[in-house]
Design a binder for this molecule. Sequence first.
Ligand SMILES: *Cc1c(COP(=O)(O)O)cnc(C)c1O
Length: 378
Amino acid sequence: MTGDGTRAVRAGLPEPVAYEPTMPGPVFAAHYHLPGDAVGPYTYGRDDNPTWTGLERAIGELEAPGEDVHTVAFPSGMGAIAAVLLSGVRSGDTVVLPNDCYQAMPLIRERLESYGVEVRTAPTAGEAQAKHLEGAKLLWIETPSNPGLDVCDIRRLADAAHEAGALVAVDNTLATPLGQRPLELGADFSVASGTKGLTGHGDVLLGYVTCRDRELAAQVKLWRKTSGAILGPMEAWLAHRSLSTLQLRIDRQTATALALAEALRERPEVTGLRYPGLPDDPSHAVAARQMRSGRFGCVVSFTLPDRAYAERFLAALRLVDDATSFGGVRSTAERRGRWGGDDVPEGFVRFSVGAEDPEDLVADVLRALDETAAPTAG
Ligand SMILES: *Cc1c(COP(=O)(O)O)cnc(C)c1O
């Protein structure tokens, strides 16, 4: 079995064919030549597209190397999440969600409840969801959680869920498949937004669902066809091209994130610092067991004294864009409270470490903190 970098540069590419491109370009097609019966790999553009196929193979090779898995691509992470949850449950079913997960999940919760699905929630930390599994149809896990960076033990939760007869889905957005392989850890679905670290350039939205079970995959794929929520070929191609640098980006971003967290812990104005790679972080023990190759992610979270203080800090940064999302090659940071969806203090900052030189980035952050602490100097 090859290493992650070797796999990433070739993932999903076709066998060499003389005089064909090594990576085929995007296929723009609403329909395909279709003689006879309406069967075949490519019939109509809402059902399948060769550029999706290449991307889906690539993601499958990264999520579960050497295994026969099925991946279904979506035009956004929420598209993928909605496909698993809305196609998989029926009125009267019970779903267990984290109560500290991605900020659009409460919208999914409301939708599920309006369809007569019982939704139970519990925190990510400490496998607290395990106590709510009785009679559940599906357990939804998000680890590390966004933006709080709590971590739970996927294997333990998956075993408990399967014992209770529930399927298990893991949101693998923050870790990416190079940082964590949920299917190996017992999950039935690995679901993610590829908008973040997976594609990493802040220029495309993407989502996907990977699973081993053919019927579960077919159900997700049928949802895509039914809802018509499909990816454009250009986006699929951009995303596939980005995967070739995944290992380079993730390793650089992870190493710099640790350096930044270590620098931030020395600062008295910084409280609530979280990074799963810090040895004394509450998430570290479980993260070190289940995340791969020390890839604890590119997100560092911390709290500054108040809202105005955090806003001054963000404005003082020169190498870091004040922008949402995370995982891109250019560092971003934001005051997360501005969205209103997360249970975080007003001065809470979610910082996404990019691919800049670590010393430049850390110096920029420390300078911005100094200027924020003494706003009159200068
Ligand atoms: C961003 C994000 C999503 C949603 O993805 P989109 O591509 O923005 O639809 C879902 N889960 C997590 C953990 C995310 O960070």
